[in-house]
Design a protein around this ligand. Structure first.
Ligand code: ADP
Length: 259
């Protein structure tokens, strides 16, 4: 099955934001208020024994609330893209390095990069974040272990957006052998704040951010998934075979005789 997001669905999703945020945030505040309240009562009784535990709970809740607002702000801000020609193998290598530290021993990590790829035209930070998000989702879908592959190749015919030059269109994808998704989940995955993860573990912002990144880059995102068989999430991005411009840092080196 393949998922795509219609604009109307997206607007609907945005309409659900307020309730979702308020709910999560309220849970976090409840943790903070409850802990502070217990501390005040104990202080009145001159009992300081459980203090550290309550402080820990309050602190953890506050940190989670801060992380949520942080992500919300990043999402709302939609940091401007700075598309540049990028060496895909190097980017994937860097992300795989990061991901390897976040994997349990029962998940094998593979890297499959085709030869002769065009350079990707994308924002380096956001591309790395996007792949990282996909890899973390893949990890989370394999609680009993499995295989996670981060890969890049040329796009298959017909998969790139029509406006894109097929010759230079790249496919960067993350494949897992995890739980897969039933159609009713697949229908909703790009909605901001949609998550099936336990409370406090998922924000439901990952795929909506990756979706935004792909579209803003002039590309698209596709998901192939079947329950029990695993999931492949593919980013189709514009690329180029043109030689990248000299980096700013290198340009500062003056040729002999001019200085
Ligand atoms: P979050 O990871 O915080 O839940 P996402 O937007 O990244 O938010 O993902 C939304 C939901 O999509 C997840 O909760 C999960 O149900 C589903 N999902 C995403 N990636 C995968 C995957 N690789 N395998 C199975 N389910 C996935």
């Amino acid at each position: 099955a393949e998922a795509s997001l219609r604009q109307s669905q997206k607007m609907e999703a945005v309409g659900q934001l307020t309730g979702g945020i308020a709910h999560d945030f309220n849970n976090m505040l409840t943790g903070i208020i409850g802990s502070l309240d217990m501390m005040r009562r104990r202080m009145a009784d001159n009992r300081l024994d459980g203090f550290e535990r309550y402080l820990d709970t309050a602190l953890k809740s506050a940190e989670r609330a801060a992380a949520l607002t942080h992500r919300l702000l990043a999402f709302a801000r939609r940091q401007p893209l700075d598309p540049r020609p990028l060496e895909v193998p190097a980017i994937l290598q860097a992300v795989a390095q990061l991901v390897s530290h976040a994997l349990p021993e029962n998940i094998a990590l593979g890297l499959e990069v085709a030869d002769g790829l065009p350079l990707a035209l994308a924002d380096a930070n956001q591309l790395e974040n996007a792949i990282l998000n996909l890899a973390i989702n893949a990890r989370d879908a394999m609680p009993d272990g499995g295989e996670l592959v981060i890969a890049a190749g040329r796009a298959e015919p017909g998969k790139c957006p029509a406006a894109m030059d097929h010759e230079t269109c790249l496919r960067i994808f993350v494949r897992d052998t995890g739980s897969g998704m039933p159609p009713e989940v697949l229908d909703k995955v790009f909605e901001p704040f949609f998550t099936t993860k336990p409370q406090g573990q998922g924000t439901g912002l990952g795929l909506s951010m990756v979706y935004g990144f792909a579209e803003q880059s002039g590309g698209t995102i596709r998901i192939d998934s079947a329950p029990g068989e695993g999931t492949t999430v593919s980013l189709y991005l514009p690329g180029t075979f043109a030689v990248p411009p000299v980096e700013e840092g290198k340009a500062k080196v003056q040729p002999k005789g001019t200085g």
